[in-house]
Design a protein around this ligand. Sequence first.
Ligand SMILES: *[C@@H]1O[C@H](CO)[C@@H](O)[C@H](O)[C@H]1NC(C)=O
Ligand SMILES: *[C@@H]1O[C@H](CO)[C@@H](O)[C@H](O)[C@H]1NC(C)=O
Length: 543
Amino acid sequence: MMTTWWCRISRSVLITLWLGLLMAGAPPAALGGNVLAVYPHFGFSHFKVVMPILNELARRGHNLTVISYVKHPQAEQWPNYEQLLISQPGEDQSSTTINLVPLTEHTPTRSLGTLFREYYSLHSEGQKTCERLYASGHVETVFKRHQTQPYDLLLTEYFNSDCQLALAKLMNLPIIGLSTCALMPYYYDRIDLPDTPSFIQSEFVGFAGALSWDERLVNFIQAKVLKLLYRYHSNRADNALVSRHLGIEVDVDEVARTQTAFIFGNQHYSLMGSRPQSLQFVEVGGVHLTSQAAQELPANIAQFIDQSEVPIIFFSWGSMVRISSIDEDKLAAIVEALERQPLRVIWKWEAEEKPKLDADKFLFVKWAPQLALLCHPKVELFWAHGGLLGTTESVHCGKPMLVTPIYGDQFLNAFSVQNRGMGLKLDYQDISVKNVSEALKTLSNPNYATRSVGISKIFSERQNSPLESAVWCVEHVIQHGLLAAEMLQSPGIELKWYVYHSLDSVCLIIVVLLALAYSLYHFSSGRPSKPYNNNRRRKSKRS
Ligand SMILES: *[C@@H]1O[C@H](CO)[C@@H](O)[C@H](O)[C@H]1NC(C)=O
Ligand SMILES: *[C@@H]1O[C@H](CO)[C@@H](O)[C@H](O)[C@H]1NC(C)=O
């Protein structure tokens, strides 16, 4: 009896073990996920960072529903990619040339006043984007879809609003946020990423080198105040907007803290600097550098380069800045300084009317395949505005930069380039023949090229490519859902700030030390016993 019972048990154990081994050895079940991606921001340069990730997910067979402002040029090629556009067909901004910001709007200083104004304009932009998202009718569409074919994950952008996180709340989805610029300071706490303002600069500022005492003060104030503003101003507006459109009460900040699994940052330490990390923060800087991005040069550009016996400087202030709005005197100064140099110039210029200059030396192009140009061996210098994509491309190709930041994160990026010895920052208002000539002379020092090439190698040499890292995270979350988020989350995010920084313990220790110091002082210098003894002695003498 005993033996048969034991045999039966051991046989079932063996079968279980055998089944377990069989399953471990077998290839994992094909994991197809249903991904909801919401990217309502209008900037094409933002969507450009997201597209390679969406492309790869579609290629791997996941079902994608993508609510976006920007039309994906290749969306139709996949049956499993559903595109829900927020923009009207006529205002599709999928061209690379947007040219929204005239140069007269550049923000020359990074004072506290400027950065609060910048916060406010980002906030208003975010609210407008949210209104359009909820007015588009696509939110209802995806809710309906979720009833029959549930989504596994919300992919979205962490930039200037969180109203879209209500979807994650209602469908109970884990979230992966993507920051297309340096992560905004108000998102650090969500994933317990230290903001350490004594040396970490945020998107809103930008300082040369190590921070001086007054810079640290400004950096501290912006890091802390922007967090409070975002939470109690922007997020409240998001909650009110959601309540208005969906009739439900949601705290988007809480949703973000409890349901975010990862945040992808479009940055890399070789450019933005090393810093304490969080498991939930994944650096994907360079994810937009796909093989598609390295297109061939158009014939006229290739010919101009081939015929050149001197190095070439590529001049482009990106797709958002309208270069034709440059002030006459600045243009004249740039041209005069460049004419004196043994250089040829390829200049991105979006307007029909171009400056009349020596066509052997200056080539004006409306559009250029930037990556192919920057990686061309004859292109030796990039005069950029410090947009993160162009800066990243230049780091990838290992080319020194002259950076003239105009607005937003461009100042931070310009300082990053300068601080790492890959180039120089030249402010727009400082452009003069003398200053440009001096900058070009300094940059002709081979140290800049050597450093740029060295850093480029470190930038490119990673354990996993940025795209592989991003896709691994997405599939990890598809497979494990909110449990993945729960395992990743730091317990620190739920603590009160004074507990997090152990200020309660520090206070208690200080109080005890003070009490100890006081009593020591009291016993050693107060000496209440001596006069008493003297009195006693005196008394005894008298007696
Ligand atoms: C993806 O969508 C197709 C078509 O609607 C469906 O048959 C399939 O089951 C979906 N995949 C998953 C993982 O739900
Ligand atoms: C040249 O640059 C310096 C700062 O480096 C600035 O103070 C000066 O005003 C600039 N000169 C002109 C003419 O803009």
